[in-house]
Design a protein around this ligand. Structure first.
Ligand code: FE2
Ligand code: FE2
Length: 182
């Protein structure tokens, strides 16, 4: 079997990079919407957690801006209809928030755990781009902090666990698959 030329390998690697950056960017937009939605509910029902939720939303906005910048720098496009993730996330964030702070916590822990594992998968796909990998790893540290905050909010919520976890998983993977398509 003939070996691929360096140019062919670089092109394949660039296609992977474009796809991974696009998906991460869209999902960060979704996360902005999710925390904004949670914050809308928290403003009325659990103000004590407002600042923490807002801090996470602020992180997600920074993450989204970082991926938008990387997409620009490499000359890649964003997902089509990128606003869909923000509004989808917002709807999801308010919906889950209506079930209370523990549901927000369980959802956050579930989604951020998926984000952590998906970042690990992305890092394998883009390992030929070490500078980008360093940026992704720095973002991943904040995502792990979000997961820890979610677990603290959730406490020991066995009864709500399966429903919210399933909804959160479905939402997270729907956002990812849609980003891979668009
Ligand atoms: Fe993020
Ligand atoms: Fe996060």
């Amino acid at each position: 079997m003939a070996a691929c030329s360096p140019q062919v390998l670089r092109k394949a690697s660039l296609i992977d990079l474009a796809k991974e950056l696009r998906v991460m960017h869209a999902c960060e937009k979704g996360a902005i919407g999710v925390y904004r939605g949670h914050k809308c509910v928290a403003r009325y029902f659990f103000r004590a957690k407002l600042e923490e939720l807002d801090c996470m939303r602020f992180h997600e906005r920074e993450h989204s801006e970082i991926f938008a910048r990387l997409l620009r720098e490499y000359g890649f496009r964003q997902c089509y209809l990128a606003f869909l993730w923000i509004y989808g996330g917002l709807f999801y964030g308010v919906f889950v928030g209506a079930f209370g702070l523990k549901a927000i916590g369980r959802s956050t822990a579930t989604i951020e755990d998926i984000v952590d594992r998906e970042f690990d998968n992305s890092l394998k796909q883009i390992q030929q781009w070490p500078a980008v990998c360093d940026i992704v790893r720095a973002i991943q540290i904040e995502e792990r902090e979000h997961k820890a905050s979610g677990e603290l909010f959730a406490g020991d919520t066995i009864e709500a666990k399966s429903i919210i976890v399933n909804i959160a998983r479905a939402g997270a993977y729907a956002a990812k698959h849609l980003a891979e398509t668009l």
